[in-house]
Design a protein around this ligand. Structure first.
Ligand SMILES: [Zn+2]
Length: 396
C-alpha cells in the first residue's frame, strides 16, 4: 500500500511538471523596413504551445491564444520604438486553460507565424512576422446564430441553444457597489440622499428570497452587508458556487432628472450605445473608487475581449435578459423593451450567462419613489425571479 501511494504521488508530481512546462521568458521585437518580428521564447527545457492566432479590427490587433502559460516577464515592460508597427503588447490569463496575448497594431497587418524547436541551450520559440499591407484580413466571428444587435437593441433568433436537464440551478445575485463605493447618489432633499448601494442590497436580498421560493433554484449573494467587494471577487464568488446564472443589480443616476426607466444589459466587447458605454465606465470605475490598484494582469484581462467562442453564453444571457425584462415591465417603467449590450466588468464571467439589471434612475423622482419603496422592491424582486424561472423553464 505504501509503495502504491508512493508511485501515485510521483506520478502526480511528474504530471504536474509536464503541465507547468509552458512558459514565456523573453519577448523580443525586431524591426526592419519590410517587417516587424516578434519572438516569444520559452525558458530552457520549456515550450510554447499556441492554440490559435487571429487578427481583429477596430482597433486592429493580433491575438495569440496559448495553452496555460507561465509568463516570466511583464509584456508592458517591453521597449517598443515609437515608429514601430505595433503599439503595445498585453497578456493575461484568459481562463484556466488559455493565456492570451494581444498585440495592439497601428494598422491591420499581414501576419505569418512559425515555431522554432527547442535546442540544447534555448527553449522553444514562437515567431510572428508582421508585414504592412493594404488588404489586411480580420477574423470576424460568424454571424451570430441567435443574437444580433441593431442600433442599441438586441434581437434574438431561437436557435441551437443547448438544453440541459438539471434539477437545481444556482443563481448568483450581485448587489452593485457597497462600502466606500456608494454608486449613484440621488438627492431627496438638501440634507437627505439615497445611495445606489443601499437600494441594490435591499433588492438583491429580496430577490434571493424570491428565487429560493422556487424548488429548482438556489440563490446566493456576492455581498449581504454594506461592504466593498472588488468586481473580480464578485465573479470569483459566482465561479466558486458553480453558478449557472449571474444577476447584477444596479440603479442609475443621470444629470437630467427627466431620464427614467429600467433596462437590462448583457455583456459585449463594445457597448451598444453611448449611454451603455457611459454606464459601463461608471460601473467599472468601482474598483478605482475604493483605491484598489488592479495588478497588471487584471488590467490586461479587463481590456482583453471576451472569447468569441463563448457566444453561446451570450445567447443565453440575451434570452435571460429578455425574460427578465418582460416581467420587469409590469413593475417599472421600461423604455427599451429589448436588452442592451454593455462592456461591464462584472459581466465578464463570460462562461456564466449574466445580466445586469439597471432597476431605474434614482435621479428621477418617479423612479426613485419606486426604488425606495419596500413594497415596490418586493414586486421588482418577484418579477426578476419569475423572469429567471421562465427562462430556465423554456431553455433547459
Ligand atoms: Zn451601479
Amino acid at each position: 500500500m505504501k509503495k502504491l501511494l508512493f508511485t501515485m504521488l510521483s506520478f502526480a508530481f511528474i504530471a504536474n511538471q509536464a503541465f507547468a512546462a509552458n512558459s514565456v521568458e523573453k519577448i523580443r521585437v525586431g524591426e526592419t523596413k519590410e517587417k516587424t518580428r516578434i519572438v516569444f521564447q520559452a525558458s530552457k527545457n520549456d515550450s510554447i504551445s499556441v492554440k490559435k492566432v487571429f487578427q481583429l479590427n477596430n482597433p486592429p490587433r493580433l491575438v495569440i491564444d496559448m495553452q496555460k502559460t507561465k509568463f516570466k516577464l511583464s509584456a508592458s515592460n517591453i521597449n517598443i520604438a515609437p515608429q514601430s508597427r505595433i503599439q503595445s503588447i498585453r497578456e493575461g490569463v484568459f481562463n484556466s486553460k488559455t493565456h492570451r496575448i494581444v498585440i495592439d497594431l497601428k494598422a491591420g497587418m499581414k501576419y505569418k507565424y512559425f515555431e522554432i524547436a527547442r535546442t540544447k541551450t534555448m527553449g522553444q520559440r514562437f515567431v510572428v512576422d508582421l508585414l504592412s499591407t493594404k488588404n489586411a484580413t480580420y477574423y470576424t466571428p460568424k454571424p451570430q446564430a441567435n443574437v444580433s444587435s441593431r442600433g442599441n437593441e438586441i434581437s434574438i433568433r431561437k436557435g441551437d441553444i443547448k438544453s440541459l436537464r438539471k434539477d437545481n440551478f444556482v443563481v448568483m445575485i450581485d448587489a452593485g457597489h457597497g462600502g466606500v463605493d456608494p454608486g449613484a447618489v440621488g438627492k431627496i432633499s438638501r440634507r437627505k440622499s439615497v445611495y445606489e448601494k443601499t437600494i441594490t442590497l435591499s433588492i438583491a436580498k429580496k430577490l434571493q428570497r424570491e428565487i429560493n421560493k422556487y424548488p429548482n433554484m438556489t440563490a446566493y449573494l456576492t455581498r449581504s452587508t454594506d461592504v466593498f467587494v472588488p468586481l473580480r471577487t464578485r465573479i470569483k464568488k459566482a465561479t466558486k458556487k458553480n453558478a449557472d446564472l449571474f444577476i447584477s443589480i444596479h440603479a442609475d443616476a443621470h444629470n437630467s432628472s427627466k431620464i427614467r426607466g429600467g433596462s437590462v444589459y448583457i455583456l459585449s466587447e463594445n457597448s451598444s450605445d453611448k449611454e451603455a458605454a457611459r454606464l459601463a465606465r461608471i460601473a467599472n470605475r468601482g474598483d478605482e473608487v475604493a483605491g484598489v490598484i488592479l495588478k497588471n494582469e487584471a488590467r490586461d484581462i479587463q481590456s482583453i475581449l471576451i472569447d468569441l467562442t463563448q457566444r453561446e453564453s451570450m445567447n443565453k444571457s440575451a434570452l435571460l435578459a429578455q425574460d427578465v425584462l418582460k416581467q420587469m415591465k409590469n413593475v417599472v417603467y421600461v423604455k427599451h423593451t429589448k436588452a442592451k449590450f454593455a462592456g461591464f466588468v462584472v459581466l465578464k464571467s463570460a462562461d456564466i450567462p449574466s445580466i445586469l439589471v439597471e432597476s431605474s434612475y434614482i435621479s428621477n423622482p418617479k423612479d426613485r419613489a419606486m426604488l425606495i419603496n419596500p413594497k415596490k422592491q418586493d414586486q421588482l424582486a418577484k418579477a426578476i425571479a419569475k423572469g429567471t424561472y421562465n427562462y430556465l423553464k423554456k431553455n433547459y
